[in-house]
Design a protein around this ligand. Structure first.
Ligand SMILES: C[S@@+](CC[C@H](N)C(=O)[O-])C[C@H]1O[C@@H](n2cnc3c(N)ncnc32)[C@H](O)[C@@H]1O
Length: 308
């Protein structure tokens, strides 16, 4: 499967897991794809649903995609903007980067966010306690070379075309509101921040949020997939045993690269939690698990592992 990469990047982006999620999701023709933690949008965009609600508490993400949907940002407009700003970056380096950052933190212009997101250190989005973008310069004054600008313009073109072809809404909302709006036949894909891992102004995530998320998902009439981490070399995700045990859990190994050294490649077992049984061949295993559950009165724990 060719994955279409979106024009903005964020922490915890699921580009590498899209295919796995797609293989296990199931959206009815008449249903709405509901994504309460859209981030970059890479998962839902690649599902290409006819109807979708993409939500996030970060207003800058939502403004950016609404600007594309409304035609205020097109591939041509972004190209022209990045060429102009890129030339200034080439001329004055970090001085220009920090001038754009200051301008963005005053005015919140979506094109400035695109520039910062693609020129900052590690290509992430991080906001401080005042809600200001605070990622330092990525130290590449020649960042916006012709080929790179064309690549970004094509990523925008892809989203522009999709928003005019499909009924996609972008809303700034807390997950509680978004999940409560789901009906039977809809499909919810949840990718919340991982506790303690992606912490910033729009990504603060507490034990209470985690608990409320599972409570809401337990009562939704829609089907859902929730992405989370299962375990790494040092510890396991306590939420799996605490809240996710009653659902189907699939795991898959994923490597996060921290630095260049081989020993810093940390294998992480990623999990998806589902409120349905995704594949018929799992039926038998599930029945066995249920029989065990009835015998032991222990929580049902259905875990299927897949290796990449
Ligand atoms: C791990 S990222 C999602 C990444 C996304 N799946 C991707 O592949 O790009 C989590 C997102 O949740 C958003 N978020 C954090 N707290 C939220 C809340 N209470 N309600 C809605 N969105 C929230 C953050 O702004 C962030 O964009």
């Amino acid at each position: 499967m060719t994955i279409n990469v979106p024009p903005i990047k964020c922490q915890g982006i699921k580009t590498k897991l899209v295919e796995w999620i797609k293989d296990h999701s199931t959206l009815e023709n008449t249903g709405t794809w509901i994504e309460p933690f859209m981030g970059s949008g890479v998962v839902g965009f690649n599902m290409r649903p006819n109807r979708a609600v993409f939500a996030d508490v970060n207003p800058h993400i939502i403004n950016f995609y609404n600007a594309i949907k409304q035609g205020k940002i097109t591939a041509g407009i972004a190209k022209e903007f990045l060429e102009k700003e890129g030339a200034q970056l080439k001329a004055t380096g970090e001085e220009h980067y920090y001038a754009v950052r200051e301008r963005f933190n005053k005015e919140g212009e979506p094109l400035d966010m695109l520039f910062l997101n693609r020129a900052c250190f590690n290509g992430v989005m991080r906001f401080n306690q005042k809600g200001n973008f605070n990622v330092p310069f990525g130290h590449k004054p020649e960042r916006f070379a012709k080929a790179y600008v064309t690549k970004i313009a094509n990523q925008i073109k892809y989203v522009s075309q999709a928003t005019s072809q499909y009924d996609w809404q972008f809303i700034c909302a807390d997950f509680r509101q978004t999940i409560s709006s789901a009906s039977e036949g809809d499909f919810i894909y949840c990718d919340p921040p991982y506790i303690g891992r992606h912490v910033d102004y729009f990504n603060s995530w507490s034990e209470n949020d985690e608990q409320e998320l599972y409570e809401l998902l337990s009562t939704t009439p829609a089907k859902f997939i929730l992405s989370t981490w299962h375990s790494n070399k040092y510890r396991s995700n306590p939420a799996i045993e605490k809240y996710a045990y009653r659902f189907t859990i699939l795991t898959r190994e994923h490597f996060y690269h921290v630095g260049a050294k081989e020993e810093n490649r940390n294998p992480m077992l990623e999990a998806i939690v589902l409120n349905y049984n995704p594949l018929p061949q799992f039926e038998l295993q599930l029945e066995k698990q249920l029989a065990l559950f009835e015998k032991s009165h222990k929580p049902q724990f259905v875990l299927y592992s897949q290796r990449m």
